[in-house]
Design a binder for this molecule. Structure first.
Ligand SMILES: NC(=O)c1ccc[n+]([C@@H]2O[C@H](COP(=O)([O-])OP(=O)(O)OC[C@H]3O[C@@H](n4cnc5c(N)ncnc54)[C@H](O)[C@@H]3O)[C@@H](O)[C@H]2O)c1
Length: 268
């Protein structure tokens, strides 16, 4: 289903985006690797025979321009993989991140997905086909302890993906939302060589799940299958789920060596 397709991957210069861009290329797709960091995007694109574009996904004009340039190079966009993201954590209490950091999370995790959909949906609707894949997080279904701005905006990203799926199924548009827990990428100060295990998986494992999930046209792509169980618990016994999260936070605070969010995977 990917051979010959035109695909844009944002945040494709690193981590999950780079692994997914590689996987799409292996499947025979024409891939544009877009990133704020053009050098990183160029390295990935060169290795897979794709093209690289600089793009700040917070800026709608840059996304419109990206789509135009890729359509000129490769033809209409078949798949837009909105993946760019960041995690800043919070310095103190759950509302302590600055307004700038909250806005940054909102712009990158939500508005970038809105801008991508706006840019490609009219053409996809006209052609009667297209696929929007948005990378949210398990934090968008559950919660990320220590990062309220990340959790809240990833929840919004999941909700936006649901709206896209509900509204545009009849137009022939498919929608998936990718919701991993911990992945060894620079976002957690790790990389492809980091030792994985338990709740920590590699970016290429996420890419394999993306290929399988998109092939099955699953709405939720859950590289950590246990997330479905936690979602079910949250839905059926919220008090139990919430007290479990509070206990997890206490354990992390008492036992974590660094106190860094990047170490949280050891406790999940
Ligand atoms: N690593 C994890 O544990 C994890 C877990 C769940 C979800 N995610 C999500 O996966 C996605 C990819 O994260 P990753 O772990 O590969 O991180 P990463 O830091 O390795 O890669 C993120 C990429 O996004 C790019 N980027 C950031 N802001 C941008 C902007 N404004 N415009 C364009 N590009 C921008 C960065 O330059 C970088 O190349 C993110 O949305 C993240 O929230 C990651």
């Amino acid at each position: 289903m990917f051979a010959g397709k035109t695909i844009i991957v944002t945040g494709g210069g690193s981590g999950i985006g780079a692994a997914v861009a590689r996987a799409f290329a292996v499947e025979g797709a024409k891939v544009c690797v877009a990133d704020l960091n053009l050098n990183a995007a160029t390295d990935v694109a060169t290795a897979i025979g794709g093209i690289a574009m600089a793009c700040d996904v917070r800026d709608e004009a840059q996304i419109v321009d990206l789509v135009k340039k890729v359509e000129t190079a490769f033809g209409p966009i078949d798949i837009f993989f909105s993946n760019a993201g960041l995690a800043r954590g919070e310095p103190g209490h759950a509302a302590s991140a600055s307004t700038e950091v909250w806005q940054l999370n909102w712009d990158v995790h939500v508005m970038a997905h809105v801008y991508a959909a706006r840019a490609v949906l009219p053409g996809m609707i006209e052609r009667g086909q297209g696929y929007l894949v948005n990378v949210a997080s398990a934090a968008g279904l559950l919660n990320q302890i220590g990062d309220a701005a990340y959790s809240a905006t990833k929840h919004a990203a999941v909700s936006l993906a649901e709206s896209l799926a509900i509204t545009h199924k009849a137009d022939g548009i498919d929608v998936s939302v990718v919701c991993p827990q911990y992945v060894a990428t620079p976002l957690l100060d790790m990389d492809d060589d980091s030792e994985v295990g338990g709740s920590l998986i590699s970016a290429s494992e996420v890419a394999d799940c993306v290929i399988a999930g998109m092939t099955a046209k699953d709405f939720f792509i859950l590289p950590h299958p246990q997330v479905a169980d936690y979602m079910a618990l949250r839905g059926t016994d919220h008090a139990h789920w919430l007290s479990g999260m509070q206990a997890l936070r206490r354990k992390f605070l008492h036992e974590s060596e660094s106190g860094e969010l990047g170490e949280m995977y050891k406790f999940v």
